[in-house]
Design a protein around this ligand. Structure first.
Ligand SMILES: NC(=O)c1ccc[n+]([C@@H]2O[C@H](COP(=O)([O-])OP(=O)(O)OC[C@H]3O[C@@H](n4cnc5c(N)ncnc54)[C@H](OP(=O)(O)O)[C@@H]3O)[C@@H](O)[C@H]2O)c1
Length: 323
């Protein structure tokens, strides 16, 4: 089968596309003919050995897939050949086939195509766990999303609206913010041309926002923390702009909570919340309340360019590989 292979750690340009042996479904595993796999920020890190999850070269990157079951291993009873499925793969997604433990799969959410459904685990799963289980976001509260036009950010906008919040999307360009508005954001802040803290305070009549969903970090994190209201919640999601250092007196002054959100670890440590989130997201999709937007579809040969564009902040929205 054709696959994108990381033969040694390095930049996206080092990836090669070649024919490799097709995987087989071992005990407890399901073999999937991949129809779509999302390109995500962790893919840019894992190929450089800079991510918390480590893979040993040679490996095929790509951490989530949607496709059709083509074989099941010994002991698998929940899935059968021909089923449409979605699930986490850790690695192996940028290929024509992958073998995944059955425990990491679920049925493709009703009413969605393969490409549209990808990222439901990665982005919407993180969003639900972060906003509901960690952030306790309430109807009528104000949610500020940083990196809002990325796949994780857009999912937070969608879920914030479903949960009844007023959503302020923050991103680096008007083109990115136009997509955020299309997805449902009530207000936008261009943090390249506007002062993030000042504008967020203006938009909340000086009170500040109730919840920050920070998928960016870097110098945006402190500005966003300073824009929190009394008893606000700051959700630590990601560090695309680097890992910030925060003066802790800000937490005291605002009586706020700074909450780490590690959705991948929650799968093992809080499986009941993990599965509740997946069920809820699938239900919302079936009710037509989530409409994940796919901005661009790439072939396997284009993965390296897509990852370079992601590092260079040229990607807008969710992009997928269709082998
Ligand atoms: N905590 C968890 O459990 C969890 C789960 C999934 C993902 N994540 C993390 O969430 C973050 C976002 O992931 P994603 O897949 O949504 O990424 P993405 O689509 O690339 O979006 C991230 C956004 O970060 C912004 N950004 C700011 N500075 C950047 C820089 N120096 N390089 C690249 N992007 C920069 C970009 O928006 P602007 O240009 O508008 O600033 C970009 O749209 C990642 O750090 C990822 O690891 C965490």
């Amino acid at each position: 089968m054709k696959a994108v292979v990381c033969k040694e750690f390095g930049p996206p340009e080092n990836l090669v596309v070649e024919d490799v042996d097709a995987p087989i479904a071992g005990p407890g595993e399901v073999l999937i003919d991949i129809k779509a796999a999302p390109i995500t920020f962790p893919d840019t890190l894992i190929i450089e050995n800079r991510y918390q999850f480590k893979a040993a070269p040679p490996f095929i990157p790509g951490n989530e897939v949607a496709g059709v079951v083509s074989a099941v291993g010994e002991g698998v009873t929940d899935f059968a050949v021909g089923d449409d499925v979605l699930g986490g793969s850790s690695v192996g997604g940028f290929a024509e086939q992958v073998a995944v433990p059955a425990s990491r799969l679920r049925a493709l959410p009703e009413g969605l195509g393969y490409a549209e459904a990808t990222g439901f685990g990665y982005a919407h799963g993180t969003g639900y766990y972060g906003l509901v289980h960690r952030g306790n976001l309430q109807p009528g509260e104000t949610l500020l999303v940083l990196g809002a036009a990325g796949s994780v950010g857009l999912a937070a906008i969608e879920l914030g609206k479903v949960l009844g919040a007023r959503v302020i999307a923050a991103a680096s360009s008007d083109e990115k913010l136009a997509l955020c508005t299309k997805i449902g954001a009530d207000e936008t802040i261009n943090y390249t041309t506007e002062d993030l803290k000042v504008r967020a305070k203006e938009l909340t009549e000086g009170k500040g926002v109730n919840v920050v969903y920070d998928a960016v970090g870097g110098d945006k994190a402190e500005a966003a923390l300073r824009a929190l209201a009394w008893r606000g919640r700051f959700l630590v999601i990601g560090f695309t702009a680097g890992i910030p250092r925060i003066p802790l007196n800000l937490a005291l002054l605002k009586g706020c909570d700074i909450l780490g959100v590690f959705w991948g670890a929650a799968q093992g440590k809080e499986p009941e919340l993990f599965h509740e989130g997946a069920r809820k997201i699938d239900q919302l999709a079936a009710e037509g309340k989530l409409n994940p937007h796919v901005t661009r579809r790439y072939a396997l040969d284009e993965v390296s360019q897509a990852l370079r564009d992601m590092i260079d902040r040229k990607i807008i929205g969710k992009v997928v590989v269709e082998p």
